[in-house]
Design a protein around this ligand. Sequence first.
Ligand SMILES: *Cc1c(COP(=O)(O)O)cnc(C)c1O
Length: 375
Amino acid sequence: MKVKFLDLTRLHKSIEAELQSAMNKVLTSGKFLQGEELQKFEEEFASFCRAQYCVGCDSGTAALHIALLALGIGAGDEVITVSHTFIATAEAIVHTGATPVFVDIEPETFLIAPDKIVEKITPRTRAIIVVHLYGQPVDMERVASVARCHNLWIIEDAAQAVGAEYNGKKVGTLGDVACFSFFPGKNLGALGDAGAIVSDNPRVAELSRMLINHGRKEKFIHQLPGYNYRLDELQAALLRVKLPYVTEWNERRRNVVRLYREFLETYPDVSELIKFPKEYSGAKSVYHLLVVRAKQRDELRKFLSLNGIETGLHYPIPLHLQPAFQNLGYKEGDLPVTEEIVREIISLPLDPLMTETEIEYVCKKIKEFYKTQRI
Ligand SMILES: *Cc1c(COP(=O)(O)O)cnc(C)c1O
């Protein structure tokens, strides 16, 4: 038996006719940028997030870059974020001219440790980027109280968390501005690169809309030097097909995780060796990834791979130890929780249409591995 890490082909098969017809519609419309599909998608996505404004753009990375610029962040500023995230979070900070300042995470949730933010604040700190990693929202009340005290903006990196909820509110409206990625493998994925900026702040939305489109509001007049970060009609049309399914797909993801837990918890020895992330009260994760902590992680991965099971690593080298950020002066030992967990994490296969048979097979193989290891 083979179990893919994420079977997008299977997912797309289930809505193939609708995707085809959306592509055809754009093809025959002859309009490929700044058209009706984009406008409608922006309205529909804002409404999905229960937010005032949505500005489509061409990647999650672009969304982060523009959100920071729209808040006026630039050279000389510091932005606090986590080291345990995808590199785009920090790249966006660097590309505004600001400096990323990395803070450690909490070991049970893999999310930013709100208690450790204060010690990183300096007179130059302007903002905090919270990352709703693996689909679980950050404990925003704890972050917001720090941000309020020190007059800092809050930016949500919601790339992995479309549809996730915190105390009944959707991510996208929990800070000053939120950034989404529609990279194909994300919970709402385009068939290429795409992203969005979401906010309730009209000024942020207006500036973002100008910045992604060469700094203009109207043709021929450029208010400021901007970028070409536009979301195209084809991707917008495809995203509009998928958006109505996202809530159901997210529920299915949660169900897959529930089954993983049930199967693995029936093996008493294994539940000591595999630790699931803690879903704290008030948080509703959409499980973009199922990342668990596993003893003998590398050997387990190899064993699963030999048995036809694909797994992932998100992410094996934290940002503060990446060659790209060497100039920031971090060294091993600076973020102990981050450094400890990156050696233990493994991402298990997860997609909305995964079958019970596949989940059971993965769990059986995990059990088999630990039996032969005699830990
Ligand atoms: C995917 C991702 C991004 C970047 O999104 P792209 O659309 O690939 O540019 C940013 N942050 C996080 C946490 C992500 O997972």
